[in-house]
Design a protein around this ligand. Structure first.
Ligand SMILES: Cc1ncc(COP(=O)(O)O)c(C=O)c1O
Length: 487
């Protein structure tokens, strides 16, 4: 029998000192728990000093370093300079605030180590149970399929790929887009998220295939204009592929008229896709679920579980009403990935429903978080965020130096400091500086956008740690900084 030393030794990545690993791991859990417990006391975000930046410029380490030292670097040079989205006063862009149960789950998922591409594992069953729960919560039928993916962009791309293949009129997988006799038209409002432009690019259709339908004064798709665009395309011999409705636009949180769009799509025989990355989960919020009624009638739905479910990044989900079509869009039959009736390969091959072959165990964080907190808690938290957005709207409307830039439909508030007498350019300059000072002070972190040419601050409430006093502090800080800057 050969000895390990004859083939280069018994090298492994496992700890040589198991007790030391355990001690470092316990220290990491202690540090993580303390960090989240005391978050509110620190700044939301802080600029990085030069010596911290310099710490990330060295070459790849050739030799080993004790784990304790590496952990110390993470604790002192990485985590203190995080994005800040875990902090109660972070309201930038649109992202969840994270959760310790989810973080623990990510660790346990890594220790489980399963590849969720396929295989008869408990992890596979966890994934399938999670997608079944989501399907039920979103009001989709049991026959619909679902897949957990990296996030909303990927969920949208998968939904739109199925829509493209369903409406192309040829076998796209075999023949490709060049063989299509008619061009395809997709429709979305002028508020649609930029990931749909990436999708058009990736699907080989080009940006022009996506018609941008104007929105009304509430930033909702103008359904009459949609009908007109569809009619014009029909007359010119274009194939009507898909309407992308938005449930919660990134700019202002507006929700398209999902019921009217569903009626139109049914009448015209067009695929209805809903980008519900922001708003789909409102369906579980008792006081606001009516805002997304009609979403359950879609052919496909994209949602983000790392937003209002606060699962650590990253995890999104796509639902597709026609399971066979979904599978037919992505499934492959490689000789090295054959299904079996017994043994490890007997489980469902989940990679048949996505672009990825290897898939991480993203499902565990969602599964553990839903079990630990319960769906009802998440629904109430969403209601709480929407109420906070309305409260900020009230504060803005009561202060003559603050100007609301869009109606608050859900949880996004668009506003600015406006002392009067300034041009649009002047207001942009003033509010840009105000935003930077707010962020750099560590007080709070909203972000910015421009709506119909008007620059504004944008506070997106997707944070389970925010309190009403934080909202009051934001309105007060914007007023104070605005006055300082305009004197
Ligand atoms: C409406 C909408 N769609 C899609 C996305 C993209 O989602 P992700 O960042 O998870 O890829 C976002 C991101 O905020 C969004 O707001």
């Amino acid at each position: 029998m050969k000895d390990d030393s004859e083939v280069g030794g018994s090298l492994t990545l496992d700890p040589c000192d198991w007790a030391e690993f355990r001690a470092v791991a316990h220290a990491a859990v202690d540090a993580a728990t303390d960090r989240i417990r005391t978050l509110r006391d620190g700044p939301v975000w802080r600029p990085m000093p030069d010596d911290v930046r310099a710490a990330f410029t060295g070459p790849a380490p050739v030799g080993p370093q004790p784990l304790r030292e590496v952990f110390e670097q993470v604790a002192t040079q990485v985590i203190p300079y995080a994005m800040g989205n875990q902090h109660p006063r972070f309201w930038a862009w649109y992202m969840g605030a994270g959760d310790l149960t989810g973080a623990l789950a990510d660790f346990l998922a890594a220790v489980d180590g399963s590849n969720l591409g396929g295989g008869d594992t408990a992890a596979n069953l966890v994934d399938q149970q999670v997608t079944r729960w989501i399907r039920e919560l979103m009001g989709f039928p049991e026959s619909a399929s679902a897949a957990l993916v990296s996030g909303g962009s990927m969920a949208n791309i998968i939904g739109l790929t199925a829509a493209r293949n369903a409406s192309a009129g040829i076998d796209l997988r075999k023949d490709g887009v060049a063989q299509m006799e008619q061009p395809l038209a997709f429709y979305a409002s002028d508020q649609v998220h930029s990931c749909h432009h990436k999708a058009m690019n990736l699907l080989g259709l080009g940006a022009r295939a996506l018609r941008h339908i104007p929105t009304d004064e509430n930033f909702r798709m103008d359904v009459r204009a949609l009908e007109d665009a569809i009619e014009a395309d029909r007359r010119s011999g274009t194939k009507l592929a898909c309407v992308i409705a938005t449930a919660g636009s990134t700019n202002s949180g507006s929700v398209d008229d999902l019921g009217a769009i569903a009626d139109l799509c049914r009448r015209e025989g067009i695929w209805m896709h809903v980008d519900g990355c922001i708003g789909a989960l409102i369906a579980i919020a008792p006081r606001n679920a009516h805002l997304v009624a009609g979403m359950e009638r879609a052919d496909s739905l994209a949602l983000d579980l790392h937003k209002w479910l606060h699962a650590p990044f990253d995890v999104g989900c796509v639902l597709i009403r026609d399971r066979a079509l979904h599978r037919g869009t992505f499934a492959e039959n490689a000789e090295y990935l054959q299904r079996a009736t017994r043994g490890l390969a007997a489980g469902e091959f989940l990679h048949d429903y996505t672009l990825e072959t290897t898939r991480g165990f993203r499902a565990l964080k969602v599964w553990m978080m839903l079990k630990h907190h319960g769906v009802e808690t998440f629904g109430r938290l969403i209601d709480q965020n929407i109420a906070q957005a309305r409260y900020l709207t009230d504060l803005i409307e009561a202060d003559p130096s603050l100007e609301l830039i869009a109606p608050t439909a859900t949880s996004v508030v668009c506003f600015r400091f406006n002392p009067g007498g300034l041009s649009e350019e002047g207001l942009r300059g003033l509010n840009t500086e105000l935003l930077l000072r707010l962020q750099e002070s560590g007080l709070s972190v909203p972000s910015e956008t421009t709506l119909r040419g008007r620059y504004c601050l944008r506070a997106a409430f997707c944070n389970h740690r925010t309190r009403l006093s934080d909202v009051e502090d934001l309105a007060a800080a914007v007023g104070r900084l605005g006055r300082e800057l305009s004197h």
